[in-house]
Design a protein around this ligand. Structure first.
Ligand SMILES: NC(=O)c1ccc[n+]([C@@H]2O[C@H](COP(=O)([O-])OP(=O)(O)OC[C@H]3O[C@@H](n4cnc5c(N)ncnc54)[C@H](OP(=O)(O)O)[C@@H]3O)[C@@H](O)[C@H]2O)c1
Length: 281
């Protein structure tokens, strides 16, 4: 086997294709999914498509700190070294909902869960491991309003919440990359393209046959796979890549070091509340 890839959100869409391709490339694939039954079906299908593949499933609901902790514990028990960690899972909540820990659900799922997971697995990354955050072009429209994240009565827009969470993915990546400088572990993020998956509204998915701007999950997985597998990017750290695998400037907000650090500190405080043993870096 070529290494170990740990990836979230593999029951559908981009994550499903990414996992299959990593299995084909000879990686042990550890799929972290909230729906265990669906994940086992995907694992069996993938096992049939890739003979000899070593694919494992661990339950992880990224919207729950307790579930993320349990999952990280299980990964640590099962795996010694991680070659690639891919924070792929994501959602958009059209209604204003709060997670069980008291955070706006899209932010909790797309940022706080992956932030906690990454910190809990960081010391299991191989010396030249790669951390990949699937962000989005939507981050350019994102505005960080941390004071609203814990306020169940705050005004809400699903689009703005998603854009905020994707901005958080880029801010997180850049702050992490800074912390990793001086090591050979890297952290990068990407926009996969406008991909016809469950995440998109139905009307936008239906445009796929009419426009080349909407791509399928096979193409949508290319940039993640490039960051995971290509020798060209082995030393790339702290970059944002577009759907053509080109490094692009992220938004001015995403490049704001103060904002990166305030998000890091707030996230650390939130995920660590009552869990001092986590010690995220
Ligand atoms: N599609 C696009 O046009 C597009 C554009 C830019 C960025 N992205 C990003 O690409 C990534 C993958 O999205 P996709 O387009 O492949 O969407 P998708 O087909 O809806 O897949 C999302 C995956 O995330 C999982 N997930 C959702 N909530 C979760 C939770 N609480 N805990 C664990 N897993 C959870 C889903 O699991 P279930 O099966 O249990 O729901 C599913 O496997 C996301 O980060 C998204 O923001 C997508």
């Amino acid at each position: 086997m070529n290494g170990v890839a740990v990836i979230t959100g593999t029951t559908h869409g981009i994550g499903r294709v990414t996992s299959r391709e990593l299995a084909k490339a000879g990686y042990i694939v550890v799929m972290l999914c909230r729906d265990l039954h669906a994940a086992l079906v995907v694992r069996d299908e993938m096992g049939a498509a890739v003979p000899g593949a070593d694919i494992r499933v661990i339950r992880c609901d990224l919207a729950s700190f307790a579930s993320v902790r349990e999952c990280a514990h299980a990964v640590r028990k099962e795996i010694d070294g991680i070659t690639v960690l891919i924070n792929n899972a994501g959602r958009v909540s059209t209604r204003h909902r709060m997670s069980e820990d008291g955070f706006e659900l899209t932010f909790a799922t797309n940022h706080l869960g992956p932030f906690l997971l990454t910190n809990l697995l960081l010391d299991r990354m191989n010396a030249s491991g790669r951390i990949i955050n699937v962000a989005s072009h939507a981050h350019y429209r994102g505005r960080l309003a941390l004071e609203r994240v814990t306020d169940a009565q705050a005004p809400y827009s699903g689009v703005a919440a998603y854009a905020q969470s994707k901005l958080a993915n880029v801010l997180h990546t850049f702050a992490l990359a800074r912390r990793l400088s001086g090591t050979a572990i890297t952290a990068n993020c990407l926009h996969p393209g406008v991909v016809a998956t469950n995440l998109l509204p139905r009307w936008l998915r239906m445009l796929k046959p009419l426009t080349t701007r909407v791509i399928d999950a096979e193409r949508g997985a290319r940039t993640t796979l490039h960051l995971a597998l290509s020798d060209e990017v082995a030393a790339l750290n702290g970059c944002y890549l577009d759907e053509h695998q080109s490094a692009q400037p992220a938004s001015p907000q995403a490049n704001d070091v103060q904002l990166q650090e305030s998000l890091w500190k707030a996230s650390e405080r939130w995920v660590c509340a009552n869990h001092q043993q986590d010690h995220p870096r």
